[in-house]
Write a protein that binds this ligand. Structure first.
Ligand code: NAD
Ligand code: IPM
Ligand code: MN
Length: 358
């Protein structure tokens, strides 16, 4: 029996998590694996209810379960709160830190049926399968912040970027291990021509490479990487990045697959894994049954694989997604001429039905 804490959050979060739960139920029926879910307030909705975006009870529940499935948090309603009450800084970042999920796997895989759904040409993206390994609990997101008013009335802000060798080593090992299981190619991304933290990053990653003689390591500056991702993304297999570079590059990589609504993630590093789509709360489409639930459904597949060691069940989910896309079902974000447009609810339902029949 596996215990999953559900944090639907804000905006489209509850819609996509409901879709993923439906698929989880289908996995349970199909495989006999037992999942117990319990839901907790988190993010802006938790702030509204309890005055804090990360209630103590929610954190306790997360730490006591086997894995966490998160929708998304944030939105204009909470944007002007003091920084530590904001859903992003007051809930999501501390949750990642408390869980100790320092490695965030963000796979960018194109489903064959969507090779023409990307804004890039078919030949650029067809067959794409790359993995961004993003450091998730360090860097500028977690450094100290300081703001002061200057005598001339201007404002000065200081924001610090810290990394230790230990933090770099552990995430590098995750990336090398993955590269070893995949094509044996790892590209480490940094800005070593400017940043001291990136020079340390490069040094440490090069050191870890000594333990992996079978993996071919290369280094690439982040600005070039952003360009290469749209020029010739299939040159990459595993990309290793610090926290903020990985945030930006993974949104960019998501579009290669057709939509940000397709990209799941797995936060790994300690006992409890954190699974979340890479997209946000999408306030522009929230509450309209328009959101693509596939990123969250594929995050469930990652949970089955990485937290529960149920690779066959993960494959069932991934195959059901592929099958439903092959049948022509599309949410608005991946809609193509001649295909059948459905909403969040119907897309999740079709994936569940297909999974049970597989
Ligand atoms: P976003 O990812 O929410 O949306 C960007 C664009 O992509 C929007 O046009 C949106 O409609 C579309 N989109 C996103 N997910 C989609 C889906 N599943 N299906 C179809 N279309 C989808 O990014 P944003 O607009 O920059 O941020 C909105 C809010 O979300 C902000 O408050 C931000 O801080 C927060 N956010 C939260 C998370 C998280 O909780 N993990 C991640 C990113 C952003
Ligand atoms: C993501 C999001 C978060 C991040 C924000 C909301 C803190 O953009 O998960 O990609 O930058 O990590
Ligand atoms: Mn992001």
């Amino acid at each position: 029996m596996y215990t999953i804490t559900l944090l639907p959050g804000d905006g489209i979060g509850p819609e996509v998590v409901a879709g993923a739960v439906q698929v989880l139920q289908a996995v349970q029926e199909r495989t006999g694996a037992q999942f117990v879910t319990r839901e907790a307030p988190f993010g802006g909705c938790a702030y509204d209810k309890t005055g804090t975006p990360l209630p103590e009870e929610t954190l306790k529940l997360c730490l006591a379960g086997d894995a966490v499935l998160l929708g998304a948090v944030g939105g204009p309603k909470w944007d002007s709160l003091p920084v530590h009450q904001r859903p992003e800084v007051g809930a999501l970042l501390p949750l990642r830190k408390h869980l100790g999920v320092f490695a965030n796997l963000r796979p960018s895989v194109i489903f064959p049926a969507l090779a023409d759904a990307s804004t890039l040409k078919r030949e650029v993206v067809d067959g794409l399968d790359l993995m961004v390994v993003r450091e998730l609990t360090g860097g500028i997101y977690f450094g100290s912040k300081h703001r002061e008013t200057l005598p001339d009335g201007g404002v000065k802000v200081v924001e610090t970027l810290e990394y230790t060798t230990g933090e770099i080593e552990r995430v590098a090992r995750v990336a090398f291990d993955l590269a070893r299981k995949r094509s044996g190619k790892l590209t480490s991304v940094d800005k070593a021509n400017v940043l001291e933290s990136s020079r340390l990053w490069r040094e440490v990653v090069s050191g870890v490479a000594g333990e992996y003689p079978d993996v071919e390591l290369s280094h690439m500056l982040v600005d070039n990487c952003a360009m290469q991702l749209v020029r010739y993304p299939k040159q990459f297999d595993v990309l290793l990045t610090e926290n903020m570079f990985g945030d930006i590059l993974s949104d960019q990589a998501s579009q290669l697959t057709g939509s940000i609504g397709m990209l799941p993630s797995a936060g790994l590093g300690s006992k409890v894994g954190l699974y979340e789509p890479i997209h946000g709360s999408a306030p522009d489409i929230a509450g309209q049954n328009l959101a693509n639930p596939i990123a969250t459904i594929l995050s469930v597949a990652m949970m089955l694989r990485y937290s529960f060691d149920l690779p066959e069940a993960a494959e069932l989910v991934e195959k059901a997604v592929a099958g439903v896309l092959d049948e022509g079902y599309r949410t608005a974000d991946i809609m193509q001429p001649g295909m059948r447009q459905v909403g969040t609810v119907e897309m999740a339902k079709q994936i569940g039905v297909r999974l049970k029949l597989s």
